[in-house]
Design a protein around this ligand. Structure first.
Ligand code: IPE
Ligand code: IPE
Ligand code: MG
Length: 241
């Protein structure tokens, strides 16, 4: 299916955020271990990043690991961390070639030391790129992010840099991991679940939501364009008539 022509490039979402769900089910249906599903999911990640970049999307956020995902069996967590490490090694040149800036949103300090080091290195070496920002949500939770923003704001008040009466939604926004970025216009979730699972709770207040039954490893650039096309048909009201 080639549906490239159907996208109106003058009305692209500026920020697309994806809950990449369904790797485990993809593997189970094939009688494979869950980790094989995650491995296959990495390929879908590469395809979608390239597609978003080619389309001209300015911000792409990928939910890769939630604060709650730490509660999975140890082998799965370790396997995911290893996969991430390999991914960064393999994709570093690709990201640079595409002039993509990588930003980790989430508790990077909870990642294994070697992975942290590599994440910091990729972030530093891609910091000046402007073609697209890729937010990788790792050990990310919307509630933890809001608690962190509260702590930062409290510090500012305690130090006399801010008054309580000056705290606005904009101040909160500027203390989130996504400070300075537009809110997601479109949130995509694969594998059919109708929930946010602690993803971008503050930022997604007025996001359009697109849920597909497709499991993440089967998610293609064609289906990504389908989601964008669907978004472009919607009427966003933001509380007005
Ligand atoms: C999403 O796939 C990837 C992560 C949360 C790390 P799942 O692993 O949640 O797959 P299902 O939901 O069990 O199918
Ligand atoms: C959401 O998927 C988190 C990521 C995709 C990283 P989960 O599989 O963890 O969400 P629940 O448990 O179905 O809500
Ligand atoms: Mg899941």
């Amino acid at each position: 299916m080639d549906n490239k022509a159907e996208i109106d490039s003058s009305r692209l979402p500026r920020h697309v955020a994806i809950i990449m769900d369904g790797n485990g089910r993809w593997a189970r249906r094939r009688g494979l271990p869950r980790l094989m599903g995650h491995r296959s999911g990495v390929k879908a990640v590469r395809r979608v990043i390239e597609e978003a970049r080619q389309m001209g999307i300015a911000f792409l956020t990928l939910y890769a690991f939630s604060t709650e995902n730490w509660n999975r069996p140890r082998e799965e967590v370790e396997g995911l961390m290893e996969l991430l490490y390999e991914y960064l090694e393999r994709e570093f040149d690709n990201l640079k070639r595409q002039e993509i800036r990588l930003l980790v949103i989430g508790e990077i300090e909870r990642m294994p030391a070697g992975l942290q080091e590599r994440l910091h290195r990729v972030m530093e070496e891609t910091a000046s790129f402007e073609a697209m920002t890729l937010n990788l949500a790792l050990s990310y939770g919307g509630r933890a992010e809001l608690a962190r923003a509260c702590r930062k704001i409290c510090d500012a008040v305690a130090q006399g840099r801010l008054k309580c009466s000056e705290i606005t939604p904009e101040i909160i926004s500027s203390n989130l991991y996504t400070a300075g970025q537009p809110d997601p216009d479109l949130v995509i979730r694969t594998s059919g679940e109708m929930r946010l699972s602690n993803f971008l709770l503050f930022q997604s207040a007025y996001s359009e939501i697109y849920v597909t039954e497709t499991l993440w490893p089967d998610f293609t650039p064609e289906e990504f364009r389908l989601a964008i096309r669907d978004y472009q048909r919607r009427e966003r009201r933001f509380g007005k008539v």
